[in-house]
Every structure is written in structure tokens, then in C-alpha cells.
Design a protein around this ligand. Structure first.
Ligand code: ZN
Length: 137
């Protein structure tokens, strides 16, 4: 008799627990099916293609150099003009001051005769646009 009542309580308690569990189950809508391709075509936006031309300039030298002119957009062989700089004048004065005691101050004119001691100014031969300087010292 006692054993039957225990079995009855156990059966009813498990039924009550099952009842509670069934009440807490929350039904949700299933997620939409996965698709590799998007459904709507409005999400595809065509990007404008941008074409950029990158021009690599060769560095200027103390002689005529192939260079891309910004003004006439041509690749030209530059026209070079040699110009005396402040360093050229200072070197000439230094040599003149150093050699004037022995009457050789005419050696002071030597820096003006050496092209490597001058600044090279590059110009475009087509449009005469200034392209840049090159200074060795
Ligand atoms: Zn030019």
C-alpha cells in the first residue's frame, strides 16, 4: 500500500515536471534558409572604376635627363642651364683669399669654370616650363 502511494507520487511528480517543461518551451519561427546568392539584385551596386596613371619620374641629374613635363604632358629630354650658386661664389672667394699672398688670386675664378660646382636648372624644350633643380654640392 505504501509502495503504491510512493509510485503514484513519483509518477505524478514526473508528470508535473513534464507539464512544467512543456509550458516553458518557446516556439520561434525557423531562420530563413541560407542562400549563397543574395535574393534581391538591388544589393549589388556597381562601383565606378577609377583608372589612375602613376608616373615615376627619373631623378634629375647634372646633364639632360628624360622627364615628364607637367605643363605639356610630354616626355622630353630636358634643357639644362648652369647657374652659379652662393656656394660657388663662397668657394671662389675662399680660394682667392687663400692664394692672394702669392699673386695667384686668379685661381679664385676656377669654381666658375667647373660645371660640377654649379646648379643645373632643367627646362622643358617644348614649352620652356621649369622642371626642377639639381645641385651636386
Ligand atoms: Zn613642356
Amino acid at each position: 500500500m505504501v509502495q503504491n502511494s510512493i509510485n503514484f507520487i513519483e509518477n505524478h511528480s514526473t508528470a508535473a515536471e513534464l507539464h512544467v517543461q512543456t509550458e516553458t518551451i518557446d516556439y520561434r519561427e525557423p531562420p530563413p534558409p541560407y542562400s549563397v546568392f543574395p535574393n534581391n539584385d538591388s544589393s549589388i551596386v556597381s562601383q565606378p572604376t577609377i583608372h589612375q596613371t602613376i608616373i615615376v619620374q627619373t631623378p634629375l641629374q647634372d646633364k639632360p635627363t628624360f622627364y615628364n613635363c607637367n605643363n605639356c604632358r610630354e616626355r622630353v629630354l630636358t634643357k639644362v642651364e648652369k647657374v652659379n650658386t652662393r656656394k660657388t661664389h663662397m668657394l671662389a672667394g675662399f680660394i682667392c683669399g687663400l692664394t692672394c699672398w702669392c699673386m695667384l688670386c686668379c685661381l679664385g675664378a676656377l669654381p666658375y669654370a667647373i660645371p660640377a660646382l654649379k646648379k643645373s636648372k632643367h627646362y622643358c624644350p617644348n614649352c620652356n616650363n621649369f622642371l626642377g633643380d639639381y645641385v651636386k654640392i
